[in-house]
Structures are given as structure tokens and as C-alpha cells.
Design a protein around this ligand. Structure first.
Ligand code: NAD
Length: 279
């Protein structure tokens, strides 16, 4: 049974979902369809992934009620600025074939682009909530000072901050700054995009618990309270990643995983302070 996390706007989100980064469009409908069959009810996509339309196809074909599936998408880096936020949000709804999105995020802050003005983009994101077509609004890859800037400018904290986080890069700076503003943390790349799976300590704990390495890592995230959406295109892995609610890591096992943190050197993705890809 997947738990829910309460957000600061009084809505809630399933703590475990399914990621779709690098799922090719031509394989997305079948992949997301399989994830829905396995039991996932929270799908994370993005304008950048180029597979929103196929996610929408899978959702429509599933026969599952719209309100029983939590859908997230993200604003492409080329769509900062009010007009492009509003226009591209319409496109996202159309592609997903829904009339309401659960969560929409600014994908990257891009502090070295658009004159560093992600505040205007944030204001436009807030506008999207006004007519009921967007339920929750959040950000992704925001560093503590980026969060502070948008909150100072609008008085509104994002519902979530989706940031890279896994045992090799706990990202405590952005994580704790998010918590300080009651912002829920979504950990992207929860398996370190695969890098953490072969870790010796994870392997030892997998032996102790009789669980797969992936399950040990994902369980560690759940016990930290973060929201996760691991990605796999293989059904047996989707099932494995979903079966993490019937065991618990001890405090001692959690501490051993905590100790794997390498700080910024453990990142598998770009640094949000310098990342400037617009595409
Ligand atoms: P991940 O940590 O989920 O790892 C995915 C990799 O692990 C894949 O190569 C997969 O084959 C492998 N894997 C998954 N389950 C496995 C298992 N049980 N056993 C063995 N191998 C397994 O990485 P991710 O996909 O980058 O992150 C998850 C999601 O986060 C993405 O799909 C996307 O939705 C989101 N994301 C967001 C951002 C952002 O900037 N906001 C960036 C990257 C990813």
C-alpha cells in the first residue's frame, strides 16, 4: 500500500510513483501501461522528455479514473517567461489528454539564463492555479537561494522541490532548505540512475534483509520521507521497485546508507547553479 505525503497546499501525493525520463516516445505507452498494471498511480513526465502524449495515451487506455492517477509534468527550459508558461501548459494538458494536471514544476531554475529571472516564471506558474486546471505548483532543481528568492517575491512556497537525491548525493543543503519552508522533497534519480545499485554496503544490507539492492535504496528514501518515482522499462523491475512497503530498515542500516554520501562529488546530474541547457 503506497502511502501519501501531505503537501503544504493541503493536497496529497502518492509517495511512490513511476518516472519516465529517457523512456522513448514509441515505447512510452506500453511502459506506462505496464506500470499502471503493476499498481503505480503517480506518473512523472516533463515537456523535455517528449513523451507526454504517450503518457496520456496510456492513462486514457488504462480505464483508471482520472482522479485516481496523479500526473506531474514540468516546464521545459525553453518555456520560461509568462507567455510561454501559459502557452506550453495548454499544450501539456492537450498532450496528456486531461483537463487538469496535478502538479506542474519549473524544471530548472536556469539562473544564468533569462537574466536570472525565474521569479517571473514562478509568478506565471502561480497564475495557472487560478482557473482550476492545475492543482499544485512546484519547482525542480532549486537551490536554497532560488527558493528564498521566489518566496520573498510572492509569499508563496512551492508545494514540492524535485531535486537529485540518493545515497551518493544526499543533497542535504537543498533538502533541508525545502523542509524549512514546508516544501516536500521529491528525490529524482533515486537509484543514482543505477550508480548506487552495485554499492558494497547496499549489497550487504540487501543480504541482511533478503531484499534486492534497488529495494534497499528505495526503502531508505521512503524512511527519509521523500517522494520517489524510480524508472525502469522492465516489468519485473517495476514490480520489484513497487514491493517496498513490507519491510523496514533498522536505524543502524539507515546510518550505514547515510554514510555513503559523497557530497557534490556524488552527483550524477548537472549542478543547478550552472546548468544552462535550453535546447
Ligand atoms: P533512477 O535512479 O530511477 O534509475 C533508473 C535506472 O536504474 C535505469 O537505468 C533502470 O534500468 C535502472 N533500474 C531501475 N530499477 C531497477 C531495478 N529494480 N534493478 C536494476 N536496475 C534498475 O533514475 P532516473 O530515471 O533518472 O530518475 C527517476 C525519475 O526522476 C525520472 O524517470 C524522471 O521522471 C525524474 N527525473 C527528474 C529530473 C529533474 O531534473 N527534475 C532529472 C532526472 C530524472
Amino acid at each position: 500500500m503506497v502511502d501519501s505525503v501531505k503537501l503544504n497546499d493541503s493536497t496529497s501525493i502518492p509517495q511512490l510513483g513511476f518516472g519516465t525520463y529517457l523512456v522513448p516516445p514509441e515505447e512510452t505507452a506500453a511502459t506506462v501501461g505496464a506500470a499502471l498494471e503493476v499498481g503505480y498511480r503517480h506518473i512523472d513526465t516533463a515537456q523535455m522528455y517528449g513523451n507526454e502524449a504517450q503518457v496520456g495515451e496510456a492513462v486514457a487506455a488504462s480505464g483508471i479514473a482520472r482522479d485516481d492517477i496523479y500526473l506531474t509534468s514540468k516546464l521545459n527550459n525553453s518555456n520560461h517567461g509568462r507567455d510561454d508558461v501559459l502557452r506550453s501548459f495548454d499544450e501539456t494538458l492537450e498532450k496528456l489528454k486531461v483537463d487538469r494536471l496535478d502538479l506542474f514544476l519549473i524544471h530548472w531554475p536556469l539562473p544564468t539564463r533569462y537574466d536570472g529571472d525565474f521569479v517571473s516564471t514562478w509568478k506565471a506558474m502561480l497564475e495557472l492555479k487560478e482557473d482550476g486546471r492545475l492543482t499544485s505548483v512546484g519547482v525542480s532543481n532549486f537551490q536554497p537561494d532560488h527558493l528564498q528568492q521566489i518566496i520573498d517575491a510572492t509569499g508563496v512556497a512551492p508545494a514540492v522541490n524535485q531535486i537529485e537525491a540518493h545515497p551518493y548525493f544526499r543533497n542535504d543543503g537543498a533538502r533541508l532548505a525545502s523542509h524549512a519552508h514546508a516544501i516536500a522533497v521529491e528525490a529524482w534519480g533515486p537509484l543514482g540512475q543505477g550508480a548506487v545499485l552495485k554499492d558494497e554496503v547496499i549489497g550487504e544490507i540487501a543480504g541482511e534483509t533478503g531484499r534486492a539492492a534497488s529495494q534497499v535504496i528505495l526503502r531508505w528514501h521512503l524512511q527519509r520521507g521523500d517522494i520517489i518515482f524510480p524508472k525502469s522499462m522492465r516489468r519485473e523491475r517495476m514490480e520489484e521497485n513497487f514491493a517496498i512497503f513490507d519491510f523496514t530498515l533498522t536505524d543502524e542500516q539507515v546510518s550505514r546508507i547515510d554514510a555513503l554520501d559523497q557530497g557534490a562529488g556524488g552527483r550524477v546530474g548537472p549542478d543547478p547553479d550552472t546548468f544552462d541547457y535550453v535546447g
